[in-house]
Design a protein around this ligand. Structure first.
Ligand SMILES: Nc1ncnc2c1ncn2[C@@H]1O[C@H](COP(=O)(O)OP(=O)(O)OP(=O)(O)O)[C@@H](O)[C@H]1O
Ligand SMILES: [Mg+2]
Length: 383
C-alpha cells in the first residue's frame, strides 16, 4: 500500500532543482493522496526505504519517542522529539520543520529534517559537566570551610598561647598561697574549707591552661612514626573503667596490621580520649538503653581510616557546625571547657590527618578520621 502511494507520487510530484540539491534532508508531502517525495540528501541520511517506513508508521502518540508519521506533516511549524529509523535500523532523533509549499489546492507541504542527535549529545555532555562542576564546587566549599577553620584555630592558638603563659604565673602564686593559708594558725573551719576550694579551683584552671597550651601547639612534642592502633588501645584502656561505670559498651575493631602514621603518640592518645569522652557524655544524656561506642580502624586507598561511632543523643546541624570552635560547649558549666574537639582538630591537622563528622539528633554520631600513611617506616615497626 505504502509502495503504491510512493509510486503514484513519483508520477505526479516533482522536486524543484533547488530542493533537489539542498544538503538538508527534506521531503514534499501531498495531503490529498498522502504521497511523499524525498530529496537525495534524505535518502543519503535515512535510506531509500525511509519514506515507506514513514507511511506505515503508527500515528504520533504522546510517548517520549514519537515515530515520524504523515500526520505530523499537516501542521506548519516545528515538531520536536521525533524518531526516524534509517535503513540500517539505527534510530535517529529528529526535529521536523513543516512549511506550506506552493499555492496548489492539493495542500503540499515541505518537511525538513534536523538530526538532533549531536544536540542531544551536547546537552547530555553539558548536564554531565554541570554535575561535575557542582561536585567540584562542593569540594571547594568544604575545603574552604576547613581552611577557615584552620585559620581561625591558628590565630586563636596564638592568642591562647599568650594568655596561657600570662595566666600561669599568677595562678602558681594563688595555688601556693592558698596551700600556705591552711597552715596559718587559728584559721576557722570555714576558712580552711575555702582554702581547699581555692586550691581545687586553681588545679582546674591549671588543667585548662595545660589544654590551652596543647591547643596552641605549644607542647613541643615531636612527630614520629606512630601506631594509630596503639593510640586507640591505650586511650580505650584509660577510659575502660569510666565506660564500665557508666554502663557503656566499648567495642574495638582495629585491623591487626595497620600501617604507621606520622604524629605525636601522646597527642594521638589525647585525640581518642577526647572523642571517646564526648561519645560517653552523649550516651549519658541520650538515655539509650543499650549505649555503645565502637571504634573501627582499617587501611583504605586514602590512608588509615578510623571511625568513632556512638548511638548517643546526636547533634542538630547548628551544634555540629560549631563543635571544632574553641570554647564551644553544650555541657553545663564546670563539665566541659569546649576545648576537646578544637585540640583534637589542631593535633590532627599537625599530623596531616583529616576529621569529619556525621550526626543527627537521636541518630547518634560518627567521627571519621583519615591519617596519611608514614611510608618512611618499614611495616611491622611500632611507635
Ligand atoms: N559524640 C558526640 N555526640 C553528641 N555531641 C557531641 C559529640 N561530640 C561532641 N559533641 C558536641 O560538641 C561540643 C564540643 O565538644 P568538645 O569536646 O570540643 O567540648 P566539650 O566536650 O563540651 O568540653 P571538653 O573541653 O571538656 O571536651 C560538645 O559540648 C557537644 O555538644
Ligand atoms: Mg569533649
Amino acid at each position: 500500500m505504502a509502495i503504491k502511494r510512493l509510486k503514484r507520487l513519483a508520477e505526479s510530484l516533482v522536486l524543484p532543482e533547488g530542493l533537489e540539491a539542498l544538503p538538508v534532508p527534506l521531503l514534499l508531502y501531498r495531503k490529498s493522496d498522502g504521497s511523499l517525495l524525498p530529496n537525495p540528501e534524505f535518502i543519503a541520511v535515512f535510506g531509500a526505504n525511509a519514506p515507506a517506513r514513514i507511511l506505515s508508521a503508527r500515528p504520533l502518540g504522546l510517548a517520549q519517542e514519537r515515530p515520524v508519521h504523515p500526520s505530523a506533516f499537516e501542521t506548519p511549524g516545528r515538531q520536536e522529539g521525533c524518531v526516524l529509523e534509517n535503513d540500517r535500523g539505527e534510530r535517529i532523533s529528529v526535529d521536523l520543520r513543516v512549511t506550506p509549499y506552493g499555492k496548489t489546492s492539493e495542500e503540499t507541504w515541505l518537511v525538513m529534517f534536523e538530526d538532533t542527535g549531536p544536540r542531544v549529545d551536547l546537552q547530555n555532555q553539558l548536564v554531565k559537566q554541570h554535575l561535575e562542576l557542582q561536585k567540584s564546587y562542593e569540594q571547594l566549599r568544604s575545603l574552604q570551610q576547613a581552611l577557615i577553620q584552620s585559620a581561625k584555630l591558628a590565630s586563636l592558638g596564638e592568642l591562647a598561647s599568650g594568655v596561657a603563659h600570662e595566666l600561669n604565673q599568677p595562678l602558681q602564686a594563688i595555688m601556693g598561697f592558698s596551700q600556705e593559708l591552711k597552715f596559718i594558725e587559728k584559721l576557722s573551719p570555714v576558712g580552711s574549707e575555702y582554702a581547699d576550694d581555692i586550691v581545687s579551683a586553681s588545679k582546674k584552671m591549671a588543667e585548662i591552661i595545660k589544654s590551652l597550651r596543647t591547643f596552641a601547639r605549644d607542647s613541643g612534642q615531636e612527630l614520629q612514626a606512630t601506631s594509630v592502633g596503639h593510640a586507640i588501645e591505650e586511650s580505650s584502656r584509660l577510659l575502660r573503667h569510666t565506660f564500665l561505670q557508666a554502663g557503656v559498651t566499648l567495642e574495638l575493631n582495629v585491623e591487626s596490621d595497620l600501617p604507621l602514621t606520622h604524629a605525636n603518640p601522646i597527642q594521638l592518645e589525647q585525640v581518642f580520649v577526647n572523642l571517646l569522652s564526648n561519645a560517653k557524655d552523649a550516651l549519658e544524656t541520650s538515655g539509650n538503653p543499650s549505649p555503645k561506642v565502637s571504634i573501627v580502624a582499617s587501611t583504605t586507598s586514602e590512608g588509615i581510616r578510623v571511625q568513632v561511632i556512638d548511638n548517643g543523643c546526636g547533634m542538630p546541624p547548628e551544634v555540629r557546625d560549631r563543635i571544632f570552635d574553641p570554647f564551644f560547649t553544650t555541657k553545663p558549666v564546670g563539665k566541659g571547657t569546649g576545648l576537646g574537639l578544637s585540640i583534637t582538630h589542631g593535633i590532627l591537622s599537625r599530623a596531616g590527618a583529616r576529621i569529619s563528622v556525621e550526626s543527627a539528633p537521636g541518630a547518634g554520631t560518627r567521627f571519621t578520621l583519615l591519617f596519611p600513611i608514614d611510608r618512611s617506616q618499614t611495616e611491622g615497626e611500632t611507635a
